[in-house]
Design a binder for this molecule. Structure first.
Ligand code: ATP
Length: 220
């Protein structure tokens, strides 16, 4: 059944665990693009990563805590990739976008958000050229990863499709956007290591409620 929203910011990831960089990225793109809905899609079985440490249930619980007070738009934590993984199917973004487009209809603006590290991987994603038929692609800066692509097919396509945030607000798919101002030097890998070593420095990198959860449950 079609959901009556005209624009959605889609944000996928492992979220193992969710951290302040994730929240800041969602926040920034929601400010820029003013979607009616933020759709967070935790990966079930990332095809490019080894097995996740936290269970799907734990990752979803932490996401709910991290976004508990979200007020910029409607929030949906969409478990479709987790469900597909339970059916032994991998998490391809193209399949997720096809499902979203079928659900939301042709006129809804679908913005797919990601960090700069993913821009460099994009050419390895299944059917990457077809992502633009379903969504706008929005990349935020991430410390340690350049926003400039060296020569290659992705760079050319990206440049051809580059547009402004204002234009994307009414574009259902096909555009690209770079947000250069995000500056959160944090990764889930760094957090998992910090948690294992009881390093107090991680405290400022995780939403408070997620930190409480992590202290109650020995996951990492
Ligand atoms: P890991 O260290 O386990 O690889 P991660 O910190 O990269 O995890 P993911 O859940 O894999 O987190 O990332 C989900 C999305 O969030 C990806 O698009 C990623 O690029 C983006 N992202 C993660 N951390 C940041 C950050 N610090 N700044 C900007 N984007 C980020």
């Amino acid at each position: 059944m079609a959901t009556a929203v005209s624009s959605v910011l889609v944000f996928g990831g492992s979220f193992d665990p969710v951290h302040c960089g994730h929240v800041a990225l969602a926040n920034r793109f929601c400010e820029l693009l003013q979607p009616q809905q933020l759709r967070i899609i935790p990966a079930g079985q990332p095809w490019q990563k080894s097995a996740l440490t936290a269970t799907s249930e734990q990752r979803v619980s932490m996401l709910r805590l991290a976004f508990e007070n979200w007020s910029l738009c409607q929030l949906v934590i969409d478990e479709q990739e987790i469900v597909r993984a339970q059916q032994q199917q991998p998490s391809y973004t193209i399949e997720t976008l096809r499902q979203l487009r079928a659900e939301l209809g042709p006129d809804t603006c679908i913005h797919l958000a990601m960090g700069a590290d993913q821009l460099h991987n994009l050419h390895t994603w299944r059917e990457w050229e077809h992502l633009f038929s379903y969504a706008n692609l929005c990349v935020a800066a991430r410390p340690g990863f350049s926003l400039d692509l060296s020569a290659g097919a992705v760079r050319d396509v990206w440049k051809q499709r580059a547009t402004s945030a204002e234009r994307l607000r009414s574009l259902p798919c096909g555009g690209t956007l770079i947000e250069p101002d995000l500056d959160w030097d944090v990764s889930a890998t760094q957090l998992r290591e910090g948690l294992m070593r009881h390093n107090p420095a991680i405290r400022s990198l995780v939403p408070v409620k997620v930190l409480d959860y992590l202290q109650q449950h020995t996951i990492y």
